[in-house]
Design a protein around this ligand. Sequence first.
Ligand SMILES: Nc1ncnc2c1ncn2[C@@H]1O[C@H](COP(=O)(O)OP(=O)(O)O)[C@@H](O)[C@H]1O
Ligand code: SF4
Ligand SMILES: [Mg+2]
Length: 358
Amino acid sequence: MTTRSASPAKGETPLLQLEDFKVDFPRGAAVRGIDLTIRRGEALGIVGESGSGKSVTWLAALGLLGEKAKVSGRAAFDGQDLLQMNQRALARLRGGRVALIFQDPMSALNPVKRVGQQVAEVLRVHRGFSKADARAETIRLFDRVGIPNAQGRVDLFPHELSGGQNQRVMIAMALAGEPELLIADEPTTALDVTIQAQILDLLHTLRRDLGMALVLISHDLSVVGETCERIAVVYGGRIVESGSVASILREPAHPYTQGLINAAPSLERLGQRLKAIPGHVPEPWNMPAGCAFAPRCMFAMAECQDTVPELEACPGQAETGFSEKQTVNGAHLAACPLAREVKAPRHVVEREIADGVA
Ligand SMILES: Nc1ncnc2c1ncn2[C@@H]1O[C@H](COP(=O)(O)OP(=O)(O)O)[C@@H](O)[C@H]1O
Ligand code: SF4
Ligand SMILES: [Mg+2]
């Protein structure tokens, strides 16, 4: 496996760029205009409750949604327009320069094939390894992702491994293609807390050692806070706030982000009642006309009902002149008029700050 530098190596071309990216299903729009830039080697967390449009964004960009999904805008990987690529080229990209891992490794692994064989196939298809070399490299990769007794485990079937070990197999399979971008969609949601921490730690170490970029998708702010440098908060198919982990966790500017933080369990607040956000995420066919969060927002004003707020720089950022197209620079942006005027109340989960930001 080649180790890459985490610094931008090829000039200014972003590794991945989404511009006004939209996904329409017959019953409504699930992704409604996302602008996002990912640099080489960077770790970006995408956070939001279930149904916000997190998964659909990446599935659509990589050609994994059926024909019923109408995808528009721009999605460029290393300058190449993904929406113009044919299925063959996209398939070559996935499992190669871009890898995906999902919440449930059991559904992604073939139950009737030995786990080592599944990783070896990626090595043979994407990197032209011989059968013997692929087996040796698979054992090395199993070792690298922390599967104990790798030599003995490559010949097992998925059902003979634990959930955490199968997730490690998925990560080994992702690494087999030497990806420049790893998209991990809720990779720890199905695992218990101890294993979850181990897998996050592994992703963090691998990214640092291999210089690959990481998109970590989670409904849990503390998961992305611990592992990423930058966070984009998604609601109703749009980014409602983005910025560095420090700015999002210390000074959340959007009422939705504040709600997510207040709803996050933490050791310091054991025994206290968590404040769940009332109501639920709108379905694509039932999207409010103005701010999608308005029906759940305690600060909603008349203008929120019919005006979709734009992402704008938060106080202290305005003079830098950042726009949503430049989030690569780490500006703190929020899509709420209140964010311009008030600093967020500090209902901050200290543990997340200690672990993820300090
Ligand atoms: N294949 C599909 N066809 C129609 N609607 C879909 C499809 N996949 C997802 N959706 C809808 O799009 C919205 C966003 O889904 P998703 O991106 O999976 O949310 P999450 O943020 O939990 O990953 C949801 O309302 C979901 O019901
Ligand atoms: S725009 Fe209005 S409804 Fe939306 S989050 Fe801000 S205050 Fe609340
Ligand atoms: Mg999802």
